[in-house]
Design a protein. Sequence first.
Length: 367
Amino acid sequence: MHALNALTRFSACIRRRQARARLAQAAISMGPPTDQFNRPLRDLRISVTDRCNFRCPYCMPKEVFGAGYPFLRDPQLMTLEELTRIVRAFQALGVNKVRLTGGEPLLRADVPELVRILKQELGVKDVALTTNGWLLEKLAPALRAAGLDRLNVSVDALDDTTAGKLNGLGFSVERVLRGIDAAAALGFPIKINTVVQLGVNDSELLTLCEYFRARGHAVRFIEFMDVGNTNHWSVERVVPAKEIVERIGAKWPLAAVGPAYRGEVAARYRYLDGRGEIGIISSVTEPFCRDCHRARLSADGKLFTCLFASLGWDVLGALRAGADAAGLETYLSRVWGGRLDRYSDERAELIATGEARAKIEMSYIGG
């Protein structure tokens, strides 16, 4: 009798696994999943830590993220093994680009090993990392050896006083610039991320362009966005993309460059003198929700389908509860298939009606 019961349970287990496999295969056989607006899933951004060594007011203001802030503890974070299994499930659904973010990703000691796994074991086509650059001079060689494809480094000002205000701790920008130079010397393609705020750092647009175009690095100017609930955003502090292009173009004539691929976030402009290009990310004045194909994974394994999302899906919880590869793929496919996010398209209406919407902090899910 005991043997019969065991056989029955085993058979039921096999049938459940087969059913999950059929569901996953059915989703995959139709190609990469698309959401409710027919947007495919292509890119994955992974926050590997919610901690940061800066306190930039537009992301992690120090009055909120102080000594007593409840950051995630190590047992809550995805391990390398868990990250490997989750990324493999995303790959099965068509993802071929992964960006590592934070917090500050270089605070996590095993990031070079994670890069190695992504490139050498999983064969991810494009692995990038966004950093504030403070630890880059030290870690660039290990990242290069691991196979990292490219870097984005945040530089909001070259003036030390302004830079110190914008990193929240008075740090000089010099160490970040040394890190950029060290990474460039190793052959890394590098883009510079600059969040532009009216009356804060918009006076440095030309200075930043001049410095980085002389070194072969494109600057991506980012409109100040209402990410999270603590960065004191207001539309009055946004410098519109059009104005940024006009200011820079008055000094160095520019020509628009078409997107390199569908869903490219930055609108690109090349200098007519042939000395590189700039990019503009205009979530506020020229939303690009219609072509957004990015999923975001927090450091504790929650899946968010929009930078401005309120709720996440507990992928790590499903994995730790016993989900196998087919189960994970089915879960991810269903989440993406139900996606309705288009916050940036709706922002103006929300502002006009005074509707407030709670959003996840950018330091938790990465920019």
